[in-house]
Design a protein around this ligand. Structure first.
Ligand code: IMP
Length: 191
């Protein structure tokens, strides 16, 4: 089955392809002829995921899934949240975002945080959503360079190292994206 993955985020695409393990023919946005950045103007992960999935489906007629994700820090009133990719402004920059996060958390002892993901698939009879969450805390400095985004400062619960330091197989077992993809794959397989 052909599926468009409505993302240009190389880190995300790599993780999703590994989680799908070759079971589906994933077409990137670029391969589908969509080179522009799809707008994500909304304040919820659900609305942004739906907007990206619908945009690519309406342009191509091919069933499309999109994923909207972010890091939520309750002590920062939920920031960076839906604005995770652009927390430090345009253009998107993982390192600048992570540095800003460390700065905002200076002197704050409650460093609890979680990653969250919403996957949305459009182009079937109905729109469907799948979600996943990964809880942890924010380190006081960057450690490791694995993963992407905020991974060098995110320590998942049950571990002492960041996702930047832990082997990618650990992240693939417990991440927000892995959990959402598990429900998504179960849905695809049951069809
Ligand atoms: P989106 O592409 O609009 O969904 O933005 C996702 C942003 O959330 C990324 O650019 C990262 O800043 C952050 N993010 C989401 N998932 C992860 C992850 O697994 N590791 C690190 N950062 C993540």
């Amino acid at each position: 089955m052909d599926l468009i993955l409505a993302s240009n985020n190389a880190g995300k695409i790599k993780e999703i392809n590994e989680l799908l393990n070759g079971a589906y023919n994933i077409i990137s946005l670029q391969a589908a002829g969509i080179t522009e950045d799809i707008p994500e103007p909304f304040f919820t992960f659900e609305e942004n995921a739906l907007a990206k999935a619908k945009y690519a489906f309406e342009k191509t007629g091919i069933v499309t899934f999109a994923e909207d994700s972010g890091l939520v820090v309750p002590a920062l009133n939920g920031d960076p949240g839906v604005f995770s990719a652009r927390y430090a402004g345009e253009p998107k920059n993982d390192l600048a975002n992570t540095k800003k996060l460390l700065k905002e958390l200076e002197g704050i002892t409650d460093r609890d945080a979680y990653y969250t993901t919403i996957i949305c698939i459009a182009g079937m009879e109905n729109v469907h959503y799948f979600s996943g969450k990964c809880e942890g805390r924010i380190a006081t400095e960057m450690q490791g360079n694995g993963g992407f985004g905020y991974d060098p400062v995110f320590i998942p619960n049950g571990y002492d190292q960041t996702f930047g330091e832990l082997p990618s197989a650990v992240k693939a077992g417990i991440s927000h994206r892995a959990k959402a993809m598990k429900s998504f794959i179960a849905f695809l397989e049951a069809r």
